[in-house]
Design a protein around this ligand. Sequence first.
Ligand code: NAD
Length: 499
Amino acid sequence: MSITEINHWINGAEDPGQGQRRTDVYNPATGEVTGSLHLADAQDLERAVTIAREAADSWSEVSMSKRMAVMFKFRELIHAHTQDLAKIITAEHGKVLSDAAGEVGRGLEVVEFACALPQTLKGEYSDQFSSGIDVYSFRQPLGVVAGITPFNFPAMVPLWMAPLAIATGNTFILKPSERDPSAALLLAKLFKEAGLPDGVFQVLHGDKETVDGLLRHELVDGISFVGSTPIAKYVYETGLAHGKRVQALGGAKNHAVVMPDADLDLAADHLSAAAFGSAGERCMAISVAVAVGDAADDLVAKLRQRAEDIKVGEGTQDDVEMGPLITPASQDRVKRLVTEAEQAGAAVVVDGRELVVEGREEGFFVGPTVLDKVKEQMSAYQEEIFGPVLAVVRVETLQDAIKLINANPYGNGTAIFTGSGNAARTFKRGVTVGMVGVNVPIPVPAAQHSFGGWKDSLFGDLHIYGPDGVKFYTRGKVITERWPHENDEVAASMNFPSH
Ligand code: NAD
């Protein structure tokens, strides 16, 4: 099999850069190396940032209507190339094609939200606030913004960031995950085809060295980061120390509470889809089912059945529902955590550790796994497993469930399955989590709202995309204005001006 050379996208064209370091990109379903990725060095970074800075001067002056024309065209192009993007994602990430197309669709929603920017970005105006004086506000772009993104959504997460950053008049440098970098390049080509000037969207491949360079560069004004919690914290603190605006979204441990009055078939269907979809490699995957009271035995029986029925294999095949993990290291981590849970007394109801996919023996697969009677002190409960493992924790009451969730350091998403409006209300008001679903397992907010967790799932105050995204990529300015008539009395005063 031939190995593709994967380049940066600098100043509107593919570019191998000067950097001598490279890393391998794999097809996780076959275990084969498929790509050789150029990693940026300091010179490459300097060039990309300088180009982005120069482009920011002209792009920020382009009229809103011209910027929107590019966005509308970009929307059409993504729509037309959804399957192309999905194939690239499946080849490097491993998720099934329909799921890959789904992530492109969710990214597309943010592009559509960006197309509505003329409405969203309208300022505020206080006419005649004082005699002859009007006060109004508007927002301006930051300048150069960098986006650092994780492997698990190679198209959607960049699309959470770039469309709004660019629509608001910034230039954007994307540092995608080095594990599945190619979707970013197709996005770059589509931006160019949509009429975006060179240098406004660039892709710089790299690892910690490139991230550190972006965090420290004086010409980078803002950083959007999505990834694991330790790196999110590091990016937030380092970026802040270098005077940048930073939003850094971290990892998760998402609990779904199942009440005894829930429709248990509905809950089991949705929990297994939310736990095993994309092999559990979603920041909003449900990894803990909290069974309240009598719900537990029936729920576990139903989850066992669902998990055993899931077809695992290469994501390009029509009937496959779940693909491989991203790396052998992920495979090892997931198996280790299941083994540690078993040793600590959890029941392994469905065991995916030994799964082998026929004809794909070298792929990085782990089968759907259900653990029952998991306790808080077990490593499988404490760590983000980021694999196809659903841990069932049994509690007595809704209050116990809320207490458990609130004691967890993560606060990305959570859900409740219940037939009671009152239980749902208590739950959604009581949990210290940023995104809550009621009979909805993965409550990723629609694009007109913003996405973000609480606690260790987000560092910074503004959430990503939606109205918070627009605020993040812009700075507010307030104007107090007077145009006196010839005869108006506008006497100056030594006192602090009051209205
Ligand atoms: P990761 O933290 O390993 O990598 C994310 C990005 O940071 C990548 O671009 C990577 O190159 C870079 N990076 C890695 N190590 C670095 C270091 N030491 N210094 C500087 N940069 C570094 O995350 P991942 O494994 O790619 O993605 C999975 C994680 O992302 C999970 O924890 C998941 O929950 C989280 N995630 C969170 C959200 C969210 O919205 N909160 C969304 C998607 C993924």
